[in-house]
Design a protein around this ligand. Structure first.
Ligand code: HEM
Length: 282
């Protein structure tokens, strides 16, 4: 997506981030802690995605159920897929012979998540088509989905996922190749003291940590090349705006007695719910 198009979404990204801040202030305990912060952050993520891609203004923070889904169930389904997929990938593949609990957990999660999103996508595409044939579709509406539709060049959109799988698997005997990025990020060949929190190593003007080699291909969270993430600039905009607002508005203190660790769940996830105290700066 061109940066100019994504920039036009800034006002609504901003609006959702402001709502999130209000929500944090409202649900803080008298001690300033936001309970179940991970779920609150997941709700923000869902809300900003629905606003930017589906033009939906849902009160997800207050009402957890709507015509399409139950917010908590959707967040849990996503977690279930990541958690169970990791177990299925890296343990003896018993699921090929019997339906293990991990298999069932992944299928249930996937049915709920993809079923819900398909319904949402079907209705939105219908609306885009209706508005389009009646010449009522403004240029600045549904930009991301229209971009995807145009890119599919006549392919029914339900086929996209399968097409990608065919391309990936073709010629490599259906062997799944999974790149676990944390291995590279933990490698002293690329990072001096990889276990240390040294944010200056990420400064744009080259490695600010003595002896660090730096390699632009070691960290590619959005992939690279023609199939790289199409939502990258949206994801970055949403994260930068939300984090900047939090840091402008609050002083943050870690309340747990142990540091947060990471778990590998197909992606890296925190090993516990973040216990953070939010104190107003002003
Ligand atoms: C921090 C958030 C995100 C990360 C880390 C991420 C990461 C990725 C990665 C690694 C890929 C595969 C790239 C490859 O095959 O080389 C991908 C593909 C994709 N992502 Fe994201 N993504 C994020 C957010 C989003 C968002 C918000 C959207 C839009 C709703 C999105 C839409 C897509 C699409 C449509 C593709 C498929 C592109 C294609 O196959 O041509 N992503 N993403």
């Amino acid at each position: 997506m061109r940066p100019k198009i994504v920039a036009e979404y800034l006002p609504q990204t901003n609006e959702v981030a402001d709502e999130f801040l209000k929500r944090l202030k409202k649900i803080r305990t008298p001690n300033g802690e936001v309970l179940d912060l991970n779920t609150e952050a997941a709700k923000w993520n869902l809300k900003t995605t629905l606003r930017n891609f589906f033009e939906m203004r849902m009160g997800l923070f207050e009402n957890e159920t709507n015509g399409f889904f139950d917010v908590r169930q959707l967040i849990e389904a996503n977690d279930a897929i990541l958690h169970n997929a990791t177990r299925l990938y890296y343990t003896f593949p018993l699921y090929k012979y019997i339906r293990t609990s991990e298999w069932n957990g992944m299928v249930e999660g996937a049915d709920y998540l993809f079923g819900t999103l398909q319904k949402l996508l079907d209705e939105t595409i219908d609306e885009i088509q209706t508005l389009s044939v009646t010449n009522q579709l403004p240029d600045d509406k549904y930009c991301f989905l229209r971009h995807l539709l145009a890119r599919s060049s006549g392919l029914p959109y339900r086929e996209w996922g399968m097409l990608a799988m065919d391309v990936v698997f073709d010629g490599i005997n259906a062997t799944v190749l999974s790149l676990n990025n944390i291995v590279l990020l933990d490698d002293p060949k690329y990072f001096v003291s990889p276990e240390k929190f040294l944010p200056e190593r990420w400064l744009r003007d080259g490695p600010a940590v003595d002896g660090e080699v730096g390699n632009p291909y070691v960290l590619l969270p959005f992939g690279n090349g023609p199939r790289m993430c199409l939502g990258r600039r949206f994801a970055e905009q949403e994260l930068y705006v939300m984090i900047a607002k939090i840091v402008q508005n609050f002083r943050l203190e870690w309340l747990d007695s142990v540091d947060m660790g990471q778990l590998y769940r197909s992606v890296m996830v925190p090993d516990r719910s973040a216990r953070i105290k939010f104190t107003d700066r002003h």
